[in-house]
Design a protein around this ligand. Structure first.
Ligand code: T6T
Length: 333
């Protein structure tokens, strides 16, 4: 049986800087038994497959998962796709499945395409933890750990509306449809933007997680919509591409941008003034929690079915506050 608890906290830092921290957690006790329950967590073989290996969001998650697994004496290794693509992630999944680990943490790059493989792995006895992204089939995974992405989208909308003086056109550029996290961000953003009658939301564009595509998309949007006042970038690579595109178009700082994530290029762009708001997640907490939940399952303890991790809205005004900068993503462990 499941019990649900959630907590949302809005903090306004000194200097009117907007800081939002959100925690949400839905817990459920699961049996946590099965092949892994005997002998505890030590020496259990756990694997992590991330969305994109070189993405600082996933690097930060991997480092934290690795540290936690090491502290628990687990046998840990991680890999990730070279790009955001089902056909690239699938072979990684197949090869991990063949090795039959005790636990697998995975960020599936699509909400449905990998579900049959994941169900098969699960039925072979591997305990699955979904980290960051999820699949629509709720029977997949003993636990799901992520930010409240819809809430993050709403925060981005309110921040952007304020920066645009609540008028003009706004566009969302994101990865691709069928990604749980970014779809939820778009949903939250567009629903919240509907509260601003003088802001027109243009149709969403998708860049396939390629910064160069986002850069050219923002430049053609500017040409077609001279009243463009704001952009919501759905993730890291999109944020980077938009910052570059606006710089090339001479619109840096004129067109306001709220972007998800806080990898080094994005924080540099925030400092330089080509991005105005970053909605940072806590990928380290996602990685650590995933290992902890798998360990609980191995030990036959209750497992939380869903765990929410914090986010923080970062601006140039608060980015030097250690309570905020601790959310910056790392490009190496
Ligand atoms: O925004 C993160 C992650 O939450 C999302 O699922 C995919 O993109 C990122 O990895 C950032 O690039």
């Amino acid at each position: 049986m499941s019990s649900i608890r959630s907590k949302h906290t809005l903090l306004v830092a000194a200097g009117a800087a907007l800081v939002l921290a959100t925690t949400a957690a839905c817990s459920s006790s699961s049996s946590g038994t099965g092949s892994g329950s005997a002998g505890g967590a030590a020496h259990k073989k756990v694997r992590l497959i991330t969305g994109v290996k070189s993405d600082p969001f996933y690097i930060t998650m991997t480092c934290a998962a690795q540290n936690e697994a090491k502290a628990k004496g687990m046998d840990f290794s991680a890999d990730g796709s070279a790009q955001w693509d089902v056909s690239v992630q699938r072979p990684l999944l197949d090869s991990v499945a063949a090795a039959r680990p005790d636990g697998l943490m995975i960020s599936p790059v699509d909400t449905s395409a990998l579900t049959p493989s994941l169900k098969q792995i699960q039925s072979s006895g591997t305990k699955l933890a979904l980290v960051d992204t999820t699949v629509s089939d709720t029977s997949v995974g003993i636990t799901r750990i992520s930010s409240d992405n819809e809430k993050g989208g709403r925060v981005a909308a309110d921040a952007l509306a304020k920066l645009m003086n609540e008028k003009g056109s706004v566009i969302v550029i994101s990865v691709k449809p069928g990604v749980s996290t970014t779809d939820a961000r778009i949903k939250g953003f567009t629903e919240e933007m509907a509260k601003y009658p003088d802001i027109k939301v243009l149709p969403t564009l998708y860049d396939n997680d390629l910064p160069a595509t986002a850069a050219s998309q923002i430049q053609s949007t500017l040409a077609a919509h001279p009243d463009l006042g704001g952009v919501f970038a759905g993730n890291t690579n999109t944020g980077q591409g938009i910052a570059t595109g606006l710089k090339h178009a001479g619109k840096q700082g004129t067109v306001k941008v709220a972007a998800f994530d806080a990898e080094p290029d994005e924080t540099a762009a925030l400092k330089a003034g080509s991005l105005q708001v970053l909605v940072a997640q806590d990928p380290a907490a996602i990685g650590k929690q995933a290992v902890d939940q798998l360990a609980a399952a191995f030990e036959g303890k209750p497992v939380d079915k869903a765990v929410g991790t914090n986010m923080v809205a970062i601006t140039k005004a608060n980015m030097n506050d250690p309570a905020v900068s601790k959310y910056f993503y790392k490009s190496g462990c």
